[in-house]
Design a protein around this ligand. Structure first.
Ligand code: CP
Ligand code: NVA
Length: 301
């Protein structure tokens, strides 16, 4: 039987996602109480990083240790992947020795190919197109602060990037309205928007979009791999900063999220990061708990 993978949020049903989010909150409680829970004793997660990371690495590595297992950090610089060993061969070999593989890379097709040849579950820890693990943490965080996100208005401000595409998937699975405010030329995947047009709209004014929002989310203007475009993007994204003026358009109890790392003064003003409406630190911490729920779901069925 082929293993269950997590390459986009759509690899889960709506029901599975909801259960996983509740389980993440339970696992958080178990952890904070200091109760020992080691369902993955002597199991191994291989973590392949072709891009930088702080939160993803620390959360997966700590999560595996807390579950009694082990995580292997593999960077493309030090493995044969970086010297051109085919993905298919690497997938066969690595998956024959570990229990799950987590990959952060560039083209989404790389995780798809790896998954096709892997004998164990593969987790997408960010590609150019999607960042589903972050969405688990974001949705858990919203639920913990405000209850169900169903029927709420979420406003994405900025680049139609990997995070934005994953928000579109989340809107479909959890049934919320998503308004994407981006500069012209920076729209998310048009097929994904079209497929979800009942819930998702794309506009080009952030201030108008923010009206009556329950959640405002943003991300850097230039993602990893787009460093050369930083200067151009700074100009193109004028008017797309989340600041006090923008947050004032939203509902009084609206939350602010950012997957981090953030560039204060660019996509978000410095004061918003530490504003009472901001839940960015909980969002980062929940990466640990949400991914533990994911590992348990994929490996303990
Ligand atoms: N949000 C996120 O994925 O952070 P890292 O790049 O630090 O892993
Ligand atoms: N969109 C960002 C997210 C970083 C966690 C990037 O891909 O660099």
């Amino acid at each position: 039987m082929s293993p269950r993978h997590f390459l986009t949020l759509k690899d889960l049903s709506s029901e599975e996602l909801k259960q996983l989010l509740s389980r993440a909150t339970e696992l958080k409680k178990i952890h904070l109480e200091g109760t020992l829970y080691e369902p993955l004793k002597s199991r191994v997660l291989a973590m392949i990083f072709e891009k930088s990371s702080t939160r993803t690495r620390v959360s997966f590595e700590s999560g595996m240790a807390q579950f009694g297992g082990h995580a292997l950090f593999l960077s493309s610089r030090d493995t044969q992947l970086g010297r051109g060993e085919p993905i298919e061969d690497s997938a066969r070999v690595i998956s024959s020795m570990v229990d799950a593989v987590m990959i952060r890379t560039f083209e989404h097709s790389i995780v798809e190919t790896f998954a096709q040849y892997s004998s164990v579950p593969v987790i997408n820890a960010l590609t150019d197109d999607y960042h589903p693990c972050q969405l688990l943490a974001d949705m858990q965080t919203y639920q913990e602060h405000r209850g169900s996100i169903e029927g709420k208005k979420v406003v994405w401000v900025g680049d139609g990037n990997n995070m934005c595409n994953s928000y579109i998937n989340a809107a479909a699975l959890l049934n919320f309205t998503l308004v994407i405010a981006c500069p012209k030329g920076y729209e998310p995947n048009p097929t994904l928007v079209e497929e979800n047009k009942e819930r998702v709209t794309v506009v080009h004014s952030a201030i108008d979009a923010a009206k009556d929002a329950d959640l405002i989310v943003t991300d850097v203007f230039a993602s990893m791999g787009q460093e050369d475009e930083q200067e151009k993007r700074l100009k193109d994204f004028e008017g797309f900063q989340v600041n006090k003026t923008l947050m004032a358009q939203a509902h009084n109890d609206a939350l602010f999220m950012h997957c981090l790392p953030a560039h204060r003064g660019e996509e978000v003003s410095a004061d918003i990061m530490d504003d009472p409406d901001s839940v960015v630190w909980d969002e980062a911490e929940n990466r640990l708990h949400a991914q533990k729920a994911l590992l348990e779901f994929l490996l303990c069925q």
